[in-house]
Design a protein around this ligand. Structure first.
Ligand SMILES: *Cc1c(COP(=O)(O)O)cnc(C)c1O
Length: 467
């Protein structure tokens, strides 16, 4: 598609042909510039990085938006993403201290403020349509609740999220928040979002936008903590680090990939999957074979129960040397429920240059990891973080610091913690009676037309965009 400004991409979601938007090029950060960022606090670092991607927001406004988002009040500390050193060369990067206790808040809280700012400026409104397997939904709703000019329509697989995750979302009573529970799995929800977003007329008429991890602004905001963590565990340029990332939709690790492309000295990006191991299969064998809905397993790390990784397309775009036609060709078969195999191609030879390696864990291994980390370091981790730690410790290189991304707090997955260590994690203040609060949601079958009708009814003719 013809190039667009940052704000147009922000509001538009998918490209007109259903593909994902990418920046025309990545900013390159020289070693000297990188070193000059070393002592910056989180908001200043965020400004340096985000301003490289946001071409149409005045610098002063961007600074204000960042300052309002990345506060100790919202994220529990001035550091925003503190590092905990478990032992020499093994670190935990805490990304889960935002309002919904999962890493998605870091990008989403910024997105909420950004949307409100842009919509007010354009005298416009936006109906956010999203799909969630757990954490995206609550994170989006907490970021958008009460925001002017914004409604949220969030699809989730009925009965498939943890009780805590469900309660977090469904207990919200804000008038601009609509929870839609779909009979099916996450991928059914995601397919509905794609179908609705591909209906250009409907999308235009009802001002439909996205906050899924395909939203470029979210990727951009996630790049920041890779830099922050790098500075926290190194003392000078030339030192390299590796990251391990519990992965589902490939959004978090893709942000790490972008950080690496920008010049951050990252050795390995270690991708961890749970029993839904589509991505692990690809990085081990070259075969990308998204699974069918009925093959998607419900696991103890539900935010990673994904069989079709939406951001993966962005990585393949880079792998092909930014050859959009080739990506389109590969996705032709994926979109028809098929697969592609790169093992015998020129691309597979290139893949090592990108530093991504992968592994997987099962439930028993995650439980053992939670128990071991608690015993050795007196630290409780959740099931997703356990996946990353398990795979990271297996695949890491000696003498390279490993930073494991903590993607949720253990309190969100109390059953598994109980199983691992024999007690339930303490809840932060204000979360005590969450599951007992009244819940508000719609129940629907996996039918895009029904979802469209619901949106049309809520938005109503008087709220459609004028002119
Ligand atoms: C969303 C999520 C993931 C997966 O992140 P992706 O960006 O989709 O790869 C992992 N852990 C938790 C707790 C999450 O909420």
């Amino acid at each position: 598609m013809p190039p667009k400004t940052f704000t147009e991409i922000l509001l538009g979601g998918l490209a007109p042909d259903g593909g994902l938007a990418m920046p025309e090029s990545y900013p390159e950060i020289s070693p000297a510039e990188l070193e000059s960022w070393r002592s910056l606090d989180y908001p200043s670092l965020a400004f340096e990085i985000l301003s490289r991607f946001m071409d149409d927001i005045p610098a002063d406004d961007l600074r204000t938006l960042i300052a309002r988002t990345y506060t100790a009040e919202v994220f529990g500390s001035k550091e925003v993403t503190p590092i905990q050193t478990l032992e020499p060369d093994l670190h935990l990067l805490h990304l889960s201290n935002g309002p919904t206790l999962a890493f998605k808040d870091i990008a989403m809280q910024f997105l909420g403020n950004l949307f409100e700012y842009v919509l007010a400026k354009n005298n416009d409104e936006l109906n956010i349509l999203g799909a969630t397997s757990g954490d995206t939904g609550s994170s989006a709703e907490y970021a958008m609740r009460g925001k002017r000019g914004i409604r949220v329509f969030m699809l989730s697989p009925y009965g498939k999220m943890s009780a805590f995750q469900t309660a977090q979302m469904f207990s919200l009573q804000d008038e601009n928040i609509f929870n839609i529970a779909i009979k099916g799995v996450f991928d059914d929800c995601q397919d509905i979002v794609k179908t609705v977003s591909n209906d250009q007329a409907f999308k235009q008429k009802y001002r439909i936008g996205a906050v899924n991890s395909i939203n470029w602004a979210r990727i951009a905001a996630q790049i920041i903590y890779y830099f922050k963590a790098y500075f926290a565990v190194t003392s000078s340029y030339g030192e390299a680090v590796s990251f391990s990332i519990p992965s589902g939709n490939f959004g978090n690790i893709f942000a790490g990939h972008v950080a690496r492309m920008m010049g951050l000295p990252i050795r390995q990006l270690i991708l961890a999957t749970n029993e839904n191991d589509v991505l692990d299969e690809f990085f081990r064998t070259g075969l990308y074979r998204p699974r069918a809905t009925i093959e998607t397993k419900q696991t103890s790390s539900p935010s990673m129960d994904i069989s079709k990784a939406s951001n993966f397309e962005r990585f393949i775009f880079d792998l092909t040397g930014r050859d959009a036609a080739r990506v389109k060709e590969l996705w032709k078969s994926v979109d028809q429920g098929g697969s592609f195999d790169l093992s015998d191609t020129d691309l597979w030879k290139k893949i090592r240059d990108f530093g991504i390696i992968s592994g997987t864990s099962n439930h028993a291994e995650r439980i053992t990891t939670i128990r071991e980390i608690h015993r050795k370091f007196n630290t409780l981790i959740d099931t997703h973080t356990a996946d990353g730690l398990k795979v990271g410790m297996e695949l890491r290189e000696p003498d390279v610091p490993l930073i494991c991304l903590e993607t949720a707090l253990p309190v969100k997955f109390a059953d598994s913690i109980q199983e691992a260590v024999g007690f339930v994690p303490e809840r932060p203040d204000g979360y005590d009676n969450l599951e007992k609060l009244p819940q508000r949601f719609e129940h629907m079958t996996a039918d895009a037309e029904q979802v469209k009708r619901f949106i049309a009814n809520q938005v109503g003719p008087s709220h459609q965009r004028h002119g």
